[in-house]
Design a protein around this ligand. Structure first.
Ligand code: AHN
Ligand code: ZN
Length: 340
């Protein structure tokens, strides 16, 4: 399947589904050197401080709700809580409710949540994460049928977005551009590699697929977007991911430069990694908004994919979450937004 997909990709120039989720091959990573000016002091305006302890608490709060699996009470309660926090932080909040069928036939009740700051501004930046968590631990050796905590896979991206909302609301100085925070649902209900069912396309990223075809505002436009996925594990490394580089290299450059200048070169690595299917792939291909993915890349992954060793396992719990990683990502993204 992988070879066929790669051939298709070459022939059609399509970027979706370059690698299957659980079996992405390692390789294609290249180290390049950091440009000298990127080791220098940060340039431009100083963004407000991103509070990593507050972000950490937002991860813990989500985990305390229980696994955020669609059609469960914990999922409903977490969605309600995200909406309430965003309203508390002064955002214009819109909720998209919809149903989509999962790979196993289950009809999922899903909600995309969109929070806007400066809604009248013509120039907008989109920040995104998924808020649902995986219904099973298909890569674990134990309790494969039980849902995971998803502290990192789901929890961390939401926490950084909520802390950005809190920060913008508190700040004296607001960003010059409009900012839209997207909380996509149904990202992580994709067909497992060990599924007995025939392979189906496009089973991941249901919320971003839905939004790309049914925007909350007709003709919504953004200059670019930044997706945050698995941005909270200790010692995380972020690589220049292939789909991001294909559609939005200038955004990758901008974010990596900011991260390195702000003092986070250990996180934002000048390493090229193969493209993956994640929410940004559909936003790029269908909605045609250039979007990058800040996603952890593990060069010595135990699975031969490049995800962290906690990925889709029960070890994706609070024990792996580090405020330092949340800070590196949150401060970098805030800096980019404030300098747009
Ligand atoms: C793959 O696993 C290749 N795509 C889905 C991306 C993902 C899953 N991110 C978090 N969980
Ligand atoms: Zn996942």
């Amino acid at each position: 399947m992988k070879n066929k997909l790669n051939l298709l990709t070459i022939v059609l120039g399509s970027a979706l589904a370059l690698y299957s989720c659980d079996s992405a091959e390692k390789g294609g990573a290249e180290q390049s050197t950091v440009a000298a000016d990127e080791a220098a002091e940060p340039t431009g305006v100083q963004a407000p401080d991103f509070n990593a302890d507050s972000a950490y608490k937002f991860v813990a709060k989500q985990v305390a709700f229980g696994p955020r699996v669609p059609n469960t009470q914990a999922h409903k309660a977490t969605g309600d809580w995200i909406i309430a926090k965003l309203k508390e932080y002064g955002a214009d909040v819109q909720v998209q409710e919809f149903q989509m069928r999962a790979f196993d036939g289950t009809m999922l009740n899903l909600r995309n949540i969109i929070a806007s700051y400066n809604p009248e501004a013509g120039t907008r930046v989109m920040l995104a994460a998924h808020w649902d968590t995986r219904p099973f631990a298909d890569k674990d050796t134990n309790n494969q049928n039980k849902p995971i905590d998803g502290a990192n896979d789901g929890g961390s991206g939401v926490a950084v977005l909520l802390e950005i909302a809190r920060t913008i609301n508190e700040a004296q100085q607001k960003p010059g551009v409009g900012v839209d925070l997207f909380f996509f649902d149904g990202e992580d209900y994709g067909q497992p590699d060990n599924s007995d069912l025939p392979y189906q396309d496009d089973t991941w990223c249901l919320g971003s697929q839905y939004w790309s075809r049914n925007m909350h505002k007709p003709n919504y436009k953004a200059k670019y977007g930044i997706l945050l996925d698995m941005v909270g594990a200790q010692n995380a490394r972020f690589a220049r991911e292939g789909t991001s580089m294909q559609y939005a290299k200038n955004v990758v450059d901008k974010v990596w430069k900011a991260g390195n200048q702000l003092g986070y070169p250990d996180y934002f690595k000048y390493v090229n990694a193969p493209g993956i299917t994640d929410d940004h792939a559909y936003i790029n291909a269908i909605a045609k908004i250039p979007m990058i993915d800040i996603i952890e890349y593990n060069m010595s992954s135990i699975d031969g994919d490049f995800f962290g060793d906690y990925h889709h396992r029960h070890s994706d719990s609070m024990a792996i979450i580090s405020p330092k990683t949340l800070k590196a990502v949150g401060q970098t993204v805030l800096h980019v937004v404030y300098n747009e």
